[in-house]
Structure formats: C-alpha cells, structure tokens
Design a binder for this molecule. Sequence first.
Ligand SMILES: Cc1ncc(COP(=O)(O)O)c(CNCCCC(=O)O)c1O
Length: 447
Amino acid sequence: MTSIDYRLPQRRVLVTALPGPRSAALTARRQAAVAAGVGSAAPVYAADVDGGVIVDVDGNSLIDLGSGVAVTSVGASHPRVVAAIAEQAERFTHTCFMVTPYEGYVRVAEELAALTPGGFDKRTALFNSGAEAVENAVKVARLATGRPAVVAFDHAFHGRTNLTMALTAKSMPYKAHFGPFAPEIHRMPLSYPYRDEAGLTGEQAARRAISRIEVQIGADSVAAIVIEPIQGEGGFIVPAPGFLATLAQWARERGVVFIADEVQTGFARTGAWFASEHEGIEPDIVAMAKGIAGGMPLSAITGRAELLDRVHAGGLGGTYGGNPVACAAALAGIEVMRSLDLPARARAIETAVVPRLRELAADTDVIGDVRGRGAMLAVEFIRPGTDAPDPQLANAIAAEALSRGVVLLTCGTYGNVIRLLPPLVIGDELLADGIGVLAEVVRDLTR
Ligand SMILES: Cc1ncc(COP(=O)(O)O)c(CNCCCC(=O)O)c1O
C-alpha cells in the first residue's frame, strides 16, 4: 500500500521489554477497577494507532495484525474518518433516530442497500454491536415466517448476548455458566474441509445438515439459518465450495430466511465487499458490524424489503442504534474503502501472504492447514504427525510474536489457530516484516 500518507512511522520498534513500565502500572490500576472477566490479548496499552502500527504507552511501535478483531480495516485514525467524526460531533452526537431522525442514518442505509449482495429491494436497520444485529435479524425472520426454530452451525460465533450465546458453538469462554440459553436454537454440522472426512464435498456436507434439519426439526418449523460465510472465532473455516449455495437454495425452496453473519467477513476483509459474493449467494438478510465504521460502534441488518418491512412500527430500534457520529464515520470509511479499492487490497494481501504461510507449513510439521480469503487468513497448528490441535503452541507463538513487536490473535474451537487480520491500509513492507516475525517465531519455537 503506497498511496497513503501515514501519520505515524510505519515501523516495528521496541524501546522496552513488553509490557513496559507504563503498561505494567496500568495493569495494576486495571486490576483494581476493571472486572477480571474482561480479558485482553496483549498486556500493553495503546497510546496511538495509525495504519498498521500500534504505539503503546511506553513508546513501543508494534505491528498490528489484528485490527482490533477485524474492525480497523481503514486504520484506527484515518484522517477522513476522523474529520467526519469531528464535524458531526460538533453539530450533534445524539438525538435517537427513534425520536428525531437525521440524514446520516438514511445515507448509511442507502449505501448498504447498494453494497450488499442482491439486486432486490432492500431495507436496513442500524444498531451498535454485531450481536445486536444478529439478534434483530432473527427477530425479523421469526416474525416474517411465524416460525420459531433457528439453525446455527458447529464452530459458529455470533455474540455474547443470550440469544447469540445460544447460537455460538463454543462454551469456554463465551457461554460457560451463563445459561440457560434461548430455546429453539438447533446446531448442525459445518463443512470444515481440513477436519471433514476426505472427499466430502460442500454439497454433500450441506445435504448432511439439511437431512438432519428435516428429520430433527422439520423445515416448516425453521425461521432462519444463521451462518458466517467464513467462521471467524471458530477458526477462519472456509466451507467447501457449494456448501453455502446448497444451503441457500434449500432455504429458498422451504421459505427459510438465510441470514449471513458478515460481522467479521464484511467490508472488503475477504477480498470482496462481502464474503457471500465468493460463493455466489444473495442472503435474505446480512448482519454486519466491525469494519463498517472505521472503529466506531455501528452494526446493521440489510435485507429483503418484504421481510424487514413486515415488522410493526417500533419493533426494531434502540437508544443508540445508528448513532449519528458512527454513521458519519461509516460514510467516510466506506468512501475510503472505495477510493483505495480495499477489496482489491485484501486480495493483494492474500497473494503476498499465503505463499509465505504455505512455505512455512512445508518447512515445519506443526501446521495442519493454511486457509482463508483476502486479509482474513489463518494457520491451524497441530501436534507433529497428528491432526491433534495444539492450542498451547498457538498461544506460545502469539506471546512470542508480541514480545518481538507483532500483535497476533488466536482463534478456533480448539484454540489452535493463529489468525491474520491486518488493517487493509497496512503497507507492504510492514506487513512483510510482521509475517517474517511470525515465520521466525514458529521456526524458533519448533526447531
Ligand atoms: C461473526 C461474528 N458475529 C457476531 C459477532 C459479535 O459482534 P459484537 O460486536 O462483538 O457483538 C462477532 C464478534 N467477533 C469478535 C468477538 C470478540 C469477543 O467478544 O471476544 C463475530 O465475529
């Protein structure tokens, strides 16, 4: 990425051991004030963030390969986004769209209708978090169909509210001891090519799920299928070709609402505006958040007008939903994504990074799979000579990479996946340095 004037030097520089003294002091204060249940991957505190770097309170400049969990695709302080936020905030920060509406919300809805897959008439509702978007997509589907059941999949993550915990597949840390969970949520097997039996095609995997839905639930009881086109927290699992299309076709035939949870895959992250495009599917409703607004909290559902307009007036909403400052950030962020062609940038990142990951996999016996699309890439770690997950190794790699100045995130049902989510505005050299550190760490820890 050469056409960006970054505000901060795009470099990896360590001036202290990590965490430095100021971060350590903040951790002590945090322990006396912040609930222990709120975790952090990195024990360092951000002071300034721009492009592909996070500068911590001790002056260390770290390479960001996490984007705050796939949020800051345009960076965490892009000047156009910052200017739009300031300009809006100087006029008003809030009126509540349910009280006194404002144009920014409408403009975001118009943009999302144009950007999301599908040429049909669409409507949008705005919220604050991804979980809220998923919750409301399910509300719409249940009202529109008059049916109760919702189908979710193995390895899914959809949020931390009661319904989205029910939809989420992993107990610890997301669900453990927080039940009981919402009823009428049914889990079906996913297409997980690396761990499926050899030769299982996407269509066969979909037929396996469909037959269970029909036998265990009954299609005419199913309001919706909720699925991530690429599982995020579950391990960046790209389903086999045909899996999503077969499910979507079945849903259409049986009047089941197909909800694509594109919270993590949306907004150019996978090399298209939305990951559904790679599979040629047009979801009835798309839930989105994360990359939508340059770091500001905003989420949305955009879907078929005949579904969303079925809801009675006042049935969708919330105090902050579609906050005007967040909407201004979204409009600016989308403009940046268009002007820099960030879907193409994500594809370029894939082209640059995947060969290096595959070379690393060939050089070591601890990598079971390299996968992903665009700038949503992952390495699954296993114990040598087996396909047994190795979460300890993945965690050790992330910790060692941080000590060398690179922020990496893990994920996966088994905790054994290192994921790469660089800001899409990261420069080529900085990205190459970050991937080089990852490769160096893997080799150092496994020789
Ligand atoms: C596909 C998908 N749907 C929904 C969500 C939920 O989005 P919220 O904005 O965190 O509610 C996510 C959030 N993923 C990051 C979770 C981080 C954590 O909580 O530990 C997602 O990836």
